[in-house]
Design a protein around this ligand. Structure first.
Ligand code: DOR
Ligand code: ZN
Length: 349
């Protein structure tokens, strides 16, 4: 078997992160600069406490995020609203006028700060009609919440029970299935037509569920949807590197104070924003598909959202560097995924 010569450096059109949690308050000062150093734009998740449910709240939140962007750095937060059983349909036109680009569906109880989420999707149909009409996107956390369904099966069951009927009822609503984790989701999205896409995280491309249990329980690898078996990871790598414009980059970087992850009931969420594009480069390189990274990271998301592609560039070099193992996070500490470990790709410009 011949080995391809290793590429020493790659230059990409500036990428975007189509799924990101930045929290609020002091936390913004730590995490926003990490993302802004790599990405031109990011879709900001609305699962604050309380959630972002009005256009006015989204605008105020955007201003707080912009205030945390370092001087001289160009970064645009793209805002979303949190779908509840009673988000009024007429809020959608106001949201669009305010520059909000999407609405996020969390099934109630599915994950961090999802208590206000949707209990029955039919209750939201008037609002979804407004979304489809106004051309905003629906972003989906695709997991059922029933305790009867095994945690590892919740995504596949969601597709059958919730997503397929929703897709039929709103044929022209643009839907992004966020952070897909299974071969069932990759296959569904590949076949679902031009109005359905998916984001894939770096950690789901790099790790399978063994990572949560290697040498002891490792809470920093715990996120939702949880890491799956190797067959699923391989299906995600195949989808991400396929060149299909239906799959694009979304880190789901989700910071939590370290003491709340290293806890008897630790929070779900992996923090990857400190080295996100480097980790994607590592995953694409391992698959021999660095030539497919730019479409996935820099083009397909913008195209699906109907936004212009970025014009700047970034450069990554094959150079080992050790990520910090901790960052100040307000009054607490933030431990990034793979902190203190050597990473093979480095953002150099
Ligand atoms: O692991 C996760 N963390 N999954 C989510 O869906 C939410 C996120 C968070 O906000 O921490
Ligand atoms: Zn998320």
């Amino acid at each position: 078997m011949s080995t391809a010569p290793s590429i020493p450096q790659i230059t990409l059109t500036r990428p975007d992160d189509w799924h990101l949690h930045v929290r609020d308050g002091e936390a913004l000062r730590t995490v926003v600069p990490h993302t802004a150093a790599q990405f031109g734009r990011a879709i900001i998740m609305p699962n604050l406490k309380p959630p972002v449910t009005t256009a006015a709240q989204a605008v105020a939140y955007r201003e707080r995020i912009q205030a945390a962007v370092p001087p001289g750095v160009s970064f645009e937060p793209l805002m979303t609203l949190y779908l509840t059983d009673n988000l009024p349909a007429d809020e959608i036109a106001r949201a669009k006028a305010a520059g909000v680009v999407a609405v996020k569906l969390y099934p109630a109880g599915a994950t961090t700060n999802s208590d206000a989420g949707v209990t029955d999707i039919r209750k939201t149909y008037k609002t979804l009609e407004a979304l489809q009409r106004e051309g905003l996107l629906l972003l989906v956390h695709g997991e059922v919440t029933s305790p009867d369904i095994d945690l590892f099966d919740r995504e596949a069951v969601f597709i059958e029970q919730q997503l397929q009927p929703l897709r039929r009822d709103f044929p022209e609503l643009k839907i992004v299935m966020e952070h897909i984790t299974t071969k069932e989701a990759a296959q569904y999205v590949a076949e679902a037509g031009p109005f359905t896409a998916a984001t894939i995280t770096a950690h789901h491309l790099l790790f399978n569920r063994n990572a949560i249990f290697t040498g002891g329980i490792r809470p920093h690898y715990y996120c939702l949807p949880v890491l799956k078996r190797e067959t699923h990871r391989l299906a995600l790598v195949a989808a991400a590197t396929s060149g299909s414009d239906r799959f694009f980059l979304g880190t789901d970087s989700a910071p939590h104070p370290a003491h709340l992850k290293e806890h008897a009931s630790g929070c779900a969420g992996c923090y990857t924003a400190h080295a996100a594009i480097e980790m994607y480069a590592e995953a694409f390189d391992a698959a021999g598909a660095l030539d497919k990274l730019e479409g996935f990271a820099s083009f397909f998301g913008a195209d699906f959202y109907g936004l212009p592609r970025n014009s700047g560039q970034i450069t990554l070099r094959r150079e080992s560097w050790v990520s910090p193992d901790s960052f100040a996070f307000g009054e607490t500490e933030l431990k990034p995924l793979r902190g203190g470990e050597a990473l093979p790709w480095k953002l150099v410009a």
